[in-house]
Design a protein around this ligand. Structure first.
Ligand code: SDX
Length: 457
């Protein structure tokens, strides 16, 4: 574990911190000194790796609200200020001036590519976009109305049955091959899941198109007529991929890291990430947010739904609102909001009624004490649904698009974890409050009835 970030990379305030600061804990009459490890940006951490061995106690943090699960150099979030940096570069600048494949290179290798590096990376990705022809058979086993995320969990996991030459996680070359295969093939598989749900033929990738244009082509092209990619929509798609590319140790990335810590192959780890992302509290929120806006329907209905969101006895929440880390506006939401307007204008629907509902809902919520007190702001999912629907995707595809874009973030974290020479299998402990030790009771000595009914559902 790096005791403190490299001085040359420290920001000024960090340098002033006392190098060997300690945390002092008094527990059951004994005093313990715990090391403090310094961050280059954001909170320092108290090192509790030997806490149990020294104190006989566990630390307790369900949901990991105050726990750093790893050291990472990939993405930094300042939730209070609404800041998001990929390898130190602000998301606003990357979304404005960069593109998704450049962002992939940055997340994977730590810096923006030179022209030559970019050309070689593009060539590698472009020439690995096809999937094994046998993979088409996997799709045939699904009903046509299968949720595309169910298909993605299955077919991405199945990639490991085709690419045995890139599943040895201890071989850096194989890790590199698996990385490029994953990034190259996830759009193809995502488009195939979409086409299968439509009953339309799969469309092969084209090497003369950029990443986002190729994806739109594979989704919306049909054999019976030429499909011309709209460059404004392709740029919007590419920017949406950038916004979703990585986000530190979120639930799905932590899932990928935990799966990878056991040595599972990269395709299986990404499939685990897709499964975790599917949840409506996480990546499934974009689909849930659009369904919510459609259910609200008109601005007149907003107060009723705000009241429901505030009612502790009602499980309804404002989907696309709130965030574990952002206690300010999610910087990605602002860019997504602007992209929504761009796409709606381009597709000729600048006055999408749902956009009006979203704006109105946001204005009302951001003046309501309940949301202000809890620092609940729109997150990336609040406007993405409107944009993705305007691009022509059904709501069932929204989380697939999130998974497509996040694949590079999952892989970047997986690589960082695997390359760590101190890597250990992740194995959390627990606060056990179940029955204490007791002896077996033979049937003859047990009750005869159905008991207190808790077991007969
Ligand atoms: C993503 O982690 C990441 O980085 C994720 C992500 C990424 O890029 O990977 O950013 C992508 O998942 C964005 C979040 C998408 N999810 C949603 O939009 C679903 C709606 N949001 C919530 O479910 C919730 O805000 C979470 C899950 C996002 C965060 O939950 P927390 O941090 O566990 O917060 P909490 O549930 O403890 O809520 C704190 C309080 C509670 O009220 P009290 O108990 O204090 O009275 O805020 C309330 C909650 O009831 N609250 C909401 C709310 N979100 C939280 N009330 C109404 N509507 C909401 N959306």
């Amino acid at each position: 574990m790096n005791k403190s970030a490299d001085k040359s990379k420290k920001n000024p305030e960090a340098v002033s911190k006392e190098e060997n600061a300690k945390a002092i804990l008094e527990l059951k009459g004994k005093k313990y000194e715990l090391d403090i490890l310094h961050a280059s940006m954001g909170p320092d951490v108290i090192d509790v790796q030997n806490f149990y061995r020294r104190t006989g106690c566990f630390t307790y943090d369900p949901g990991y609200t105050s726990t750093a699960s790893c050291e990472s150099k990939i993405t930094f979030i300042d939730g209070e200020k609404g800041i998001l940096l990929y390898r130190g570069y602000p998301i606003e600048q990357l979304a404005e001036y960069g593109d998704y494949l450049e962002t992939c290179y940055l997340l994977l290798y730590g810096d923006l590519p030179t022209q030559a590096e970019r050309r070689r990376f593009d060539y590698e990705i472009t020439h690995h976009t096809m999937v094994h022809e046998q993979m088409r058979a996997f799709f045939q086993g699904f009903r046509r109305d299968a949720h595309p995320m169910a298909i993605m969990v299955a077919v991405v996991g199945a990639l490991s049955s085709f690419y045995h030459d890139s599943t040895d996680i201890n071989d850096p070359h194989q890790r590199e091959v698996a990385t490029r295969r994953m990034i190259a093939k996830i759009p193809t598989l995502s488009a195939m899941a979409y086409k299968y749900s439509l009953g339309q033929p799969f469309i092969y990738p084209r090497n003369d198109l950029d990443y986002a244009s190729n994806f739109l082509h594979m989704c919306f092209s049909v054999p019976s007529e030429e499909y011309k990619v709209n460059p404004v929509l392709a740029r919007a798609m590419d920017r949406i991929f950038i916004l979703h590319a990585d986000h530190e140790q979120n639930a799905s990335t932590s899932t990928v890291r935990l799966a990878g810590s056991s040595g599972a192959n990269p395709f299986a780890c990404i499939a685990a990430g897709i499964a975790s992302l599917w949840g409506p509290a996480h990546g499934g929120a974009n689909e849930a947010a659009l369904n919510m806006l459609e259910e609200i329907g008109t601005p007149e209905n907003i107060p009723k739904y705000i009241a429901r969101a505030k009612d502790r006895n009602d499980p309804f929440r404002l989907m696309g609102f709130g965030h574990r880390v952002y206690k300010n506006y999610d910087p990605r939401a602002r860019i997504m909001q602007r992209t929504a307007h761009e796409v709606l204008a381009e597709v000729g629907d600048p006055n999408d009624p749902l956009l009006e509902v979203a704006h109105e809902l946001e204005q009302i919520a951001l003046k309501d004490e309940y949301f202000l007190e809890r620092k609940l702001y729109p997150n990336i999912d609040f406007y993405s649904g409107i944009t993705l629907r305007a691009l022509g995707f059904p709501t069932s595809m929204f989380t697939v698009l999130f998974a497509l874009a996040r694949t590079v973030g999952w892989i970047a974290h997986w690589r960082e974890m695997i390359a760590d020479p101190h890597r250990r299998i992740g194995r959390p402990r627990q606060l056990y409050t179940g029955p204490v030790l007791r002896d077996y009771v033979p049937m003859s000595k047990r009750g005869t009835g159905l008991g207190d009914g808790i077991h007969n559902h």
